[in-house]
Design a protein around this ligand. Sequence first.
Ligand SMILES: Nc1nc2c(ncn2[C@@H]2O[C@H](COP(=O)(O)OP(=O)(O)OP(=O)(O)O)[C@@H](O)[C@H]2O)c(=O)[nH]1
Ligand SMILES: [Mg+2]
Length: 304
Amino acid sequence: MTQRCGFCAIIGAPNAGKSTLVNALVGSKVAIVSPKVQTTRMPVRGIAMAGQTQIIFVDTPGIFRPRRRLDRAMVTSAWSGAEEADAVLLIVDAADLDEKSPAARDTAAILEGLKDRKGKKTALVLNKIDGMKRTDLLPLVEKFHAEGVFEDVFLISALKGEAVADVAAWVASRMPEGPWLYPEDQAADIPSRLLAAEVTREKIYLRLHDELPYASAVETEKWEERKDGSVRIDQVIYVQRDGQKAIVLGKGGATIKKIGELARTELEELFGRRVHLFLFVKVREDWAENSEHYKEIGLDFPRE
Ligand SMILES: Nc1nc2c(ncn2[C@@H]2O[C@H](COP(=O)(O)OP(=O)(O)OP(=O)(O)O)[C@@H](O)[C@H]2O)c(=O)[nH]1
Ligand SMILES: [Mg+2]
């Protein structure tokens, strides 16, 4: 049988559930998830097989009105993910479409953007329907259908895995003929050093999302293979001010210790081996203005 292979970009407002959906479609964790908006900073590829079809899902940063330099880089990379894809899924938090919500405003702007990019195979995914009434959903489906942008609309819960298979089938049927780009059993295409840094950033977000919004970045500085099969990973957590460093460390170092434990446990699971994780906190006021960091996480550095 002929092989099929293509790219499917997952775009949407921050916090819609894009990364959760990518993980559900791929069947393993390739992208980090948190209750905070703007968790994903760079496009991450998750790979899924459907019969003879290989689908490369591209999880993108949320699209929103960018202000800071990092925001601009994230939004640009999200749109370019959509442009390069064979199919596009716009994912919307169905429970957060109140007219005044930032998510609704961002989604409306993305819809306009999609109209300008007509000709793409695009479907709408209304997410987080767990806990919602069907009767509240039908008007939404009609409203979005009327936009004339979507071939199909899916009602799903990425968190519970509901109707995720339907989305996968739709995407699979839109993939062009072509040889697979990855081995059949590969789930992610992200360097181990970067994935390890992302896992630590997720634990920081989950633990400190009220105290430390967006002020932190994580880089893997050292990756040392040991003779006994284990690996030593040294990471630096960058923050912008001394006060933030104190928050990350916590009383007597309790917070960073907990973050390190959570990250190490997950890394051991992901890599299937023992991990020795060493975390250091550094204050670097300008990490978000430093082009090296953008290169490290695979983003283009916006000039202004
Ligand atoms: N109830 C419910 N919560 C969900 C569902 N899908 C995702 N979430 C939650 O929504 C939050 C955001 O999920 P993410 O997957 O990080 O969202 P995202 O769109 O990748 O967010 P950014 O990367 O910040 O743009 C997390 O707390 C998820 O657990 C769902 O189907 N139902
Ligand atoms: Mg995300």
